[in-house]
Design a binder for this molecule. Structure first.
Ligand SMILES: [Zn+2]
Length: 137
């Protein structure tokens, strides 16, 4: 949360509860979420309505501050997740389009490329656990 507050100060944005709620949603998931998914989660924990535009506005602020990265799936739909220095590898399921953080497998691969400082993240096309499971049955 400290990084979030620094970001807010830097941008002279007024602090709002909505922003913390949105940031927390991203902190607490391993998935990269679309704006629609973020709105759905917020609805449960935060009964006061947050408009889609507000969610977009806050997400753009996070991205501008390098706190959050935005990835697109094959439908060119934007997905958001917390930027993590130690984990810049993501998997994109070609079947259902879900984008997830890759936990271990790809880390060694990324280490090989680490000297490429301009690299921001990698996405691997790999079926997610759900789709993988379905194909086995
Ligand atoms: Zn899938």
């Amino acid at each position: 949360m400290n990084m979030l507050h620094r970001c807010i100060e830097k941008n002279k944005a007024n602090n709002s509860h909505a922003r913390e709620v949105i940031f927390r949603v991203l902190l607490e998931t391993q998935e990269c979420l679309s704006v629609a998914q973020i709105c759905d989660i917020i609805k449960v924990d935060y009964p006061k309505r947050i408009s889609v535009n507000t969610v977009y506005r806050h997400l753009n602020l996070f991205v501008a501050c390098d706190l959050v990265i935005v990835l697109q799936n094959e439908d060119k739909k934007a997905h958001y997740c917390i930027a993590d220095e130690n984990n810049k590898v993501f998997t994109l399921c070609p079947q259902c389009g879900v984008i997830e953080k890759e936990n271990s497998q790809a880390k060694a691969f990324f280490t090989l490329l680490e000297h490429t400082k301009t690299l921001e993240y990698i996405t691997l096309h790999k079926r997610c656990k759900v789709c993988e499971g379905l194909s086995k049955n």
